[in-house]
Design a protein around this ligand. Structure first.
Ligand code: HAM
Length: 417
């Protein structure tokens, strides 16, 4: 029996790769314009990093991590998200010392053991953006503008920005206690998850999607009514700047997000075209995370986009052209000449191919067609006698003789033209 890919993982096949290249190129191009540089961190880290960074009570840490014992007894985990690893690297390499306004982005696979469904995988990819050292609401608005600009650059429209503030260490604990108290009375009537969360992580109750619980959740206290002065002012300024930039949003006091490190601004962009997994990207501010992972007191804010979801929403792309020139030597001496020309064409930056199996003329023409070759250069006994190649322009169905000494320049010009 042939072995299959692990459940919840998927291959990105050559026919799909043009879409991925476009998404990656759009990120590099746009993020550079906002002053971000790329950082690459390992895909596995000490388990403790995620437990401390994301929060031991979150679903991600409690239920979804791929954790394994290392041979020396340590505990390692495949990264479920990028932020914790990026923060670890920022602290370890003192990146904020040399750069008080540090902006980085990362791309790559993440791992969460969730129930697989459309748009939800156990290995998925994120483009992740993080900015350190900025406390001003201006950067919240800029990061959101960047997130939406990125979707735009990928050709994705028809989405909604959802915005909230979850307060900070000054005001959230009192709110959470208020929520816990309110839940004491109503939680027993709610779903099992809510009953558990009412105690362990009351904020997560707000995330519940069970239809029967919605009316109860509507009666619970709202964080936006309990923000401290500083958080309320920060949030008002973020909103004012979004309005100034012409960026529409919907407020949702229930947007608490599944990671514990957030303070103040949180946001998500959703699309109704994604089905149940409606979130394309999510992010927020995480002042305090750098300190809690052993670094200096430093502000942080960022977001991550799920690339599988982005690829689903992006307009279809034509497959990348695979061949500029297909060479067709029809005899032994012609093959020797064709091998040299193939090398010269490749050195000149073109994609050149020939059929090393020497199949029939007809089957080679079919191959050239399937590869999308723009030009076919044929060299048979007749052509050798005339010191020329027969060059066929596949799109125009035209054929012409090109003298041997001009063939390289001719093919270069035609292929680039
Ligand atoms: P997150 O909301 O957990 O945030 O994930 C961000 C995005 O990753 C989601 O909106 C979704 O598109 C994608 N995603 C998450 N899980 C899956 C999955 N199982 N399959 C496919 N796509 C998925 C974070 O990860 C934070 N680290 C974002 C952040 C960066 N906050 C601040 N900086």
């Amino acid at each position: 029996m042939a072995i299959q890919a692990v459940r919840g993982t998927r291959d990105i096949l050559p026919d799909e790769i043009a879409a991925w290249h476009a998404i990656e190129a759009a990120a590099r191009g746009l993020f550079a314009r906002y002053g971000y540089r790329e950082i690459r961190t390992p895909i596995f880290e000490e388990t403790e990093l995620f437990a401390r960074g994301i929060g031991a009570e979150t679903d991600i840490v409690a239920k979804e991590m791929y954790t394994f014992a290392d041979r020396d007894g340590g505990s390692l985990t495949l990264r479920p998200e990028a932020t914790a690893g990026v923060v670890r690297a920022v602290i370890e390499h003192n990146l904020m010392n040399n750069d008080p306004a540090l902006k980085v982005y990362a791309m790559g696979p993440m791992f969460r053991r969730e129930r697989p469904q459309k748009g939800r995988y156990r290995q998925f990819h994120q483009v992740d953006v993080e900015a350190f050292g900025f406390t001003s609401p201006t950067i919240d608005a800029e990061v959101i503008e960047l997130a939406l600009g990125y979707l735009d650059a990928c050709g994705v429209s028809e989405h909604e920005l959802v915005l909230n503030s979850v307060g900070d260490r000054a005001c959230r604990p009192a709110y959470v206690e208020r929520l816990r108290a309110a839940l004491r009375d109503v939680a027993p009537t709610m779903c099992g998850d809510c009953q558990r969360r009412a105690d362990t992580n009351p904020l997560r109750v707000l995330d519940c999607k069970v239809p029967e619980d919605q009316a109860t959740i509507d009666t619970l206290p709202r964080i936006t009514d309990h923000l401290c002065g500083a958080c309320a002012e920060h949030f008002a300024e973020v909103r004012r700047q979004l309005e100034l930039l012409g960026i529409p949003y919907r407020l949702s006091h229930r947007l608490v997000r599944g990671l514990d490190y957030y303070v103040r601004t949180t946001f998500e962009v959703t699309s109704t075209r994604l089905g149940a997994q409606s979130s394309i990207l999510g992010g927020g501010r995480y002042d305090g995370l750098v300190k809690s992972l052993g670094g200096p007191e430093a502000a942080g804010i960022g977001f991550a986009v799920g690339l599988e979801r982005l690829a689903l929403l992006a307009p279809p792309r034509e497959a990348e052209a695979r061949c500029d020139v297909f060479l067709m030597p029809l005899s032994g001496p012609a093959l020797d000449r064709a091998l040299r020309l193939q090398r010269e064409l490749r050195q000149a930056g073109l994609c050149a191919m020939l059929d090393p199996e020497g199949r029939s003329f007809k089957s080679r023409m079919k191959q050239a067609d399937r590869l999308g070759a723009r030009l076919v250069a044929i060299l048979g006994d007749d052509e050798i006698a005339r010191c020329a190649w027969a060059v066929r322009d596949m799109a125009r169905s035209e054929q012409q003789d090109v003298p041997e000494e001009k063939i390289l320049d001719h093919l270069k010009e035609k292929a680039n033209g």
